[in-house]
Write a protein that binds this ligand. Structure first.
Ligand code: ATP
Length: 234
């Protein structure tokens, strides 16, 4: 579905991604893992068009997307839920969700998708008139994921879902992602939280210093000695 081939990305003189190649298969949950500054955000920003890769190819269903603008990539069906949620705090939950359906491809399914989001996260419907900024961190993350779903994604990229949230809430959100994935939606989960991400993913890619360090089936990677030592303290 999504393929990165030999992607190199620089910020001025600093090279953040080195010949990065990876693949996300349709229908899967795929984890992109790595410590701080490993290059996870650079990778997904290159996919979303927020940063431009200086060389390499990024294709989505066979179409080259690395030269497209972010809004064009959204129209292709790649939707990013940003790190830190980036909600509009002084707008209601429902208004935030509505903004997710701004693109042409999403507007027509607004009602259907809103129903789906409310069924997935009933608390959002109960509090739909409340300012997003008044919600708890977990509820805000639900709203951010919901806003992503309102955009009618083919591929939903979620950046640092677990950031700042209690483990029990993270569990709840990951369970919701598994439910969403069962409807056929492909998910790229970008995380520092290695163990929980691997538990729900089919495949995983581990970045270190902007390079691919490990990749493969999540159920096998979890027993990889290097991964255990570097990320799980075992
Ligand atoms: P984090 O979890 O901290 O966000 P990350 O794995 O997402 O880390 P990136 O944010 O992609 O990593 O950063 C990769 C490298 O690129 C780091 O060395 C970082 O300092 C550098 N970098 C990222 N954004 C910029 C920028 N706008 N200008 C200069 N350097 C940058």
């Amino acid at each position: 579905m999504l393929k990165l081939e030999n992607v190199n990305l620089f910020y001025g003189e600093i090279q953040a991604l080195w010949n990065l190649s990876l693949e996300v298969k349709e229908g899967q949950i795929v984890a992109l893992l790595g410590a701080n500054a490993a290059g996870k955000s650079s990778t997904i920003n290159a996919i979303s068009g927020l940063e431009k890769a200086q060389s390499g190819r990024i294709t989505f269903f066979g179409k080259e997307i690395q030269k497209l603008d972010p809004h064009e990539i959204v129209e292709e069906g790649i939707i990013q839920v940003p790190e830190g949620r980036k909600l509009f705090n002084y707008m209601s939950i429902e208004e935030n969700l509505e903004l997710g359906a701004y693109s042409k491809r999403a507007k027509k399914d607004y009602k259907k998708n809103l129903r789906m989001v409310y069924d997935l996260f009933p608390i959002l419907e109960e509090r739909k008139k409340q300012f997003a900024g008044e919600m708890s961190g977990g509820q805000q993350q639900m709203c951010a994921i919901g806003r992503g779903l309102m955009a009618n994604p083919k591929l939903l990229i979620i950046d640092e879902l677990s950031l700042g949230l209690a483990p029990i809430l993270v569990q709840k959100l990951l369970k919701a992602l598994v439910e969403i994935n069962k409807t056929g939606l492909t998910i790229l989960l970008v995380e520092q939280n290695v163990q929980q991400s691997l538990a729900i993913s089919k495949e995983a890619f581990v970045l270190e210093n902007g390079r691919l360090a490990l990749s493969g089936e999540a159920s096998k990677l979890i027993n990889e000695p290097h991964l255990k030592k570097a990320y799980l303290g075992m």
